[in-house]
Unconditional design. Structure first.
Length: 169
């Protein structure tokens, strides 16, 4: 004789709803526990942020000791690089979902007898422009545009603004 198979017990709508809610809650909890790692560009943008802060401080220090029309150009460069730093902070916060690094450079005059000059600022801006150009080529979308415009601004400041202000009539 063959055994009689009984049908499974019926499942109520309440059991289905409770099971669905439990699975949804488990999915949300699992997603909250594992946060995705930050994009690889975070470190590269943080390096650009540090460059912008350092360049701004360098230009400020050079302007404090300079005389003539170069002072206005150096102050403009300091303000522009400070704006670059803020734009990078905003993007890093958006990417990471948390505050960007807050370390600010100390005065660039590590040697008491050596005050930075406009020539030092030009050299730093050229290095920053080159680094930003290389990074912009690796990025895409908004970040590429942001870093590309920073590279262009550094190039313009070093080759036009500071060069023109440094010439004597």
């Amino acid at each position: 004789m063959l055994p009689v198979l009984s049908s499974p017990p019926p499942i109520s709508r309440r059991q289905v709803l409770v099971t669905a809610a439990t699975l949804a809650l488990a999915g949300v909890t699992a997603a909250a526990c594992g946060s995705a790692p930050p994009p690889p560009e975070v470190d590269e943008l943080a390096a650009q942020l540090q460059r912008a802060r350092t360049d701004s401080q360098l230009a400020t220090d050079a302007a404090a000791e300079a005389r003539g029309p170069i002072v206005e150009a150096l102050n403009a460069v300091a303000g522009e690089r400070s704006a670059h730093a803020q734009a990078l902070v905003d993007e890093l916060v958006r990417m990471r979902g948390e505050e960007a690094p807050t370390a600010t450079p100390t005065s660039t005059t590590a040697e008491p007898a050596r005050t930075p000059t406009a020539k030092d600022v030009v050299g730093a801006l050229r290095e920053s422009a080159e680094a930003a150009s290389e990074l912009a080529a690796k990025l895409s979308g908004y970040r590429a545009g942001l870093v590309g415009s920073i590279a262009a601004a550094c190039t313009a400041a070093s080759t036009v603004a500071l060069a023109a202000a440094g010439r004597k009539p």
